[in-house]
Design a protein around this ligand. Sequence first.
Ligand code: ZN
Length: 167
Amino acid sequence: MDTKFVKDVQMAGWSIQAVSDDAVIAKCPSAGCNLHAQLKLGAAIPAVDPGCRRDPIDAKVGTYDDIRLALRKRRENLLLTIRELEEVAGLEPDLLAKVERDGTKKIPNVQTLLDWAGALGFEIVLRPAPMTPLALRTIVETRDKSAARTKRMTLENRRRGERARRG
Ligand SMILES: [Zn+2]
């Protein structure tokens, strides 16, 4: 396989699913779309599913276990070893083995998680979603304090800005 070809497949908008000696399995990154293509090394790279909604939502996660299993499956689909992925992600040796294994008590810090996911071609996003009734009620019931809070948050932001400028 040729790195340039794999890069070109990704540049065309495909999500890389698997790479073999002579082909790349690529997937349309759009939400709910299961279109896969086997792209032979050297052949023309087709456009991704032009009719598809360009909304690349793939997996919603609710627990650390959801993330761990998704990232492990991704690593295995790409046939990467733990050691190789640690290297690609810039993680310390053996960290991934500990945080990836079943029943682990070791949960990585957020930066490690971002690096780990990023190395596998995932980004972690905060997407607007409906708030719980408790959240909404709390917001509503604290509006009589909103003037004081606005003032306090403005001050906090100003202080943060001064700190940042001072370095
Ligand atoms: Zn699609």
